[in-house]
Design a protein around this ligand. Structure first.
Ligand SMILES: Cc1cc2nc3c(=O)[nH]c(=O)nc-3n(C[C@H](O)[C@H](O)[C@H](O)COP(=O)(O)OP(=O)(O)OC[C@H]3O[C@@H](n4cnc5c(N)ncnc54)[C@H](O)[C@@H]3O)c2cc1C
Length: 594
């Protein structure tokens, strides 16, 4: 079987499938160890209850559902909360190093929307540790690894997945893989927007590949704009500033010096939120009787409050607001040392890139496109998509997060559902014959991929098409959305598609970044259209999706997810998929943890 993607989800899936005795090929666009997961900073959410013994899978489940505004796939949220602790302990057994409590257990930190300190972490380099551990473990399992290979088409045979066509980025040679089962683990879509925290790989390839092969996507309107990305200097705009800064006591202030997050606390979080700065500080220092500061409310809310301050003219000089951790020197005698120890990457990031010492000065930050809650629609237990034999896990799959993901829930999602996808894909591979490869599909894929070399005179520059698409999505389908602007976006998408079909490149196929970008366009355009059409369908505001023309949450929209699929004629069809009723025992857990 094939696993496409070597981030946390792909590696975990490959390890599991290989342990089941199946031969596994693992493909990735970059070098092994460089997948986007390596950038994860804050930690892995799992109710280990090491730092606060009141925590349990039930509280984690309730937090995830509340964060997702109850349009999550509740079964996935349940499995995730139940299984995450075992997956973290397993990672520890495989050699992962974690920060420790005084008595030697895995230390857990506070993060937005989590009631108790829940994020297992290694300073602010948790993703690196996760990738290193999974990679070492996977290599010892004997995975067949193909690096710097971009998959451009999924092959199908008689209604099931049959393999993939790819090209190697170094030489531009095509490769065809036949497989009984395929796991997509290709990560996010951030590169569809101008300002993003995502690496160059986040071009929504898995979303595009699955869609074109006939699988459904859901929840695409739910894009997470992380509240704190760097805004200055321009070369690093969008680069993430971890929520860990706020977890360690960092506060948000506007140009008037006001802690504006106290001005707007949503009703459903009021009872859990501190009503004064002193209580908020005590919470970050582990006082079990204190409630969280409003800076640790969910990301969608914090991002919108920041946008409000900027729009009202109370922003920072470079168009953001201030995030200040240096103020803790009023509370801790060794504050500078403490900050450098707890947030080493943030300290270096600001020192090197912006010449700011975060132990003495405030940072300037603003929202950045960070994560997509939407993706391939999967079965909650097996992670199989609506196309038999095609599985998806990690950020490219959808369901667990609903309308908004809580920080830390992605890394645990990768482990829990990466494992499940590997297990069930291996079982599918073992139980099915090798499919046939349709040469016409292979030829069509390669011919299309090479077309940009044929277009010379009057051809479009793929970089310019990509840049125009990113600017358009940022301006018209961003944090605050309106019907007219999204209709305008759809019209412009038509024009961008036509331009992408005329994209031309020069030179040869070896490491030709123009050609690589021309390949990315199909996926970026598919993802952008899916986001726009789904966002138009959801005429309410919920989680990461905010409609200025429908600013309230509407209970009528809490009963379904929005799905898109490709029709035979190649058009994008939007539908509403009813959410199954929540079982009474899970409803009770949510009520008990309100
Ligand atoms: C800066 C930053 C910090 C974050 N911090 C946290 C955190 O602390 N906690 C948390 O829970 N979440 C965090 N997140 C989110 C989390 O890191 C991601 O959601 C997660 O790592 C995605 O993992 P993945 O395995 O799904 O995909 P990725 O890690 O993105 O890996 C995708 C893989 O697919 C491959 N690929 C893609 N397309 C193709 C193709 N066409 N052909 C072949 N291979 C392909 C890539 O090469 C790569 O190997 C953070 C995100 C960012 C940007």
């Amino acid at each position: 079987m094939l696993v496409i993607g070597a981030g946390g989800a792909g590696l975990r899936a490959a390890i599991e499938a290989s342990a089941a005795g199946v031969r596994v090929g693992l493909l990735c666009k970059s070098l092994l160890g460089k997948a986007h997961t390596v950038m994860a900073e804050g930690g892995i959410a799992a109710a280990l209850a090491n730092t606060d013994d009141r925590d349990s899978w039930k509280v984690h489940f309730a937090d995830t559902m509340r964060g997702g505004q109850y349009v999550n796939n509740w079964r996935m949220a349940e499995l995730h909360a139940r299984e995450a602790p075992d997956r973290v302990r397993e990672l520890e057994a495989w050699g992962a190093v974690f920060d420790r409590t005084a008595d030697g257990r895995i230390l857990q930190r506070n993060f937005g929307g989590h009631k108790y300190p829940r994020l297992a972490h290694v300073g602010d380099r948790t993703g690196l540790e996760m990738i290193r551990t999974l990679q070492d473990h996977g290599i010892h399992r004997g995975l067949d690894i193909h690096m710097e290979l971009t998959v451009i088409t999924l092959l199908t045979d008689d209604g099931r997945v049959a393999g993939a066509v790819a090209y190697d980025r170094e030489r531009g040679r095509f490769r065809v893989f036949r497989a009984k089962a395929v796991v997509l683990a290709t990560g996010g879509i951030g590169r569809a927007y101008r300002i993003t925290s995502n690496s160059w790989e986040g071009t929504g390839d898995g979303h595009g590949l699955a869609y074109r092969a006939g699988a459904d996507l859901i929840d695409m309107e739910f894009v997470q704009f992380h509240p704190t990305g760097m805004v200055w200097p321009p070369s690093v705009q969008g680069l993430l500033v971890t929520e860990g800064v706020r977890g360690e006591g960092g506060v948000l202030r506007n140009s008037e010096g006001r802690r504006f997050m106290f001005d707007d606390i949503p009703e459903n979080y009021r009872s859990q939120t501190a009503d004064n700065p002193e209580e908020g500080w005590r919470y970050t220092q582990g006082d079990k009787n204190a409630r969280r500061p409003p800076e640790l409310l969910t990301r969608d809310h914090v991002a919108r409050c920041i946008v409000r301050e900027i729009k009202a003219g109370r922003g920072s000089p470079h168009g953001g607001v201030f995030l200040d951790i240096s103020w803790i020197k009023e509370k801790l005698p060794n504050a500078a040392e403490h900050i450098r120890k707890k947030l080493p990457s943030m300290y270096h990031q600001f020192k090197e890139l912006a010449n700011i010492d975060i132990t003495t000065e405030a940072m300037e930050i603003g929202p950045t496109t960070h994560y997509v809650m939407g993706g391939v629609k999967v079965d909650s237990d097996s992670q199989m998509s609506t196309l038999p034999g095609l599985f998806a896990a990690g950020e490219c799959a959808a369901g667990i997060n609903g309308a908004n993901r809580l920080g830390g829930n992605s890394l645990s999602d990768l482990l829990v559902f990466g494992k499940r996808a590997g297990e069930y894909a291996a079982a599918f591979a073992a139980g099915n014959a090798l499919p046939g490869v349709d040469e016409r599909q292979v030829t069509a894929s390669i011919t299309r991929a090479l077309e940009p070399f044929e277009r010379q005179d009057g051809a479009e520059n793929p970089f310019r098409v990509q840049q125009d698409l990113q600017g358009m999505m940022q301006d018209l389908v961003g944090i605050v959305r309106r019907e007219e602007e999204m209709r305008e976006a759809l019209a412009r998408l038509g024009g961008l598609k036509a331009r992408a079909a005329r994209a031309g490149v020069t030179g040869h196929r070896e490491y030709n970044t123009g050609w690589h970008t021309a390949q990315d366009l199909d996926n970026l355009l598919t993802v952008s259209e899916a986001i726009t059409r789904s966002a138009l369908e959801r005429q309410e505001s919920r989680g990461g999706h905010f409609r200025e023309d429908y600013p309230q949450k509407d209970p009528a929209f809490a009963t379904f997810n929005v799905a898109v699929r490709r029709t035979h004629e190649g058009a994008m069809e939007v539908s509403r998929v009813p959410i199954p009723a929540l079982p009474p025992e899970l409803r009770l857990i949510i009520e008990e943890n309100a």
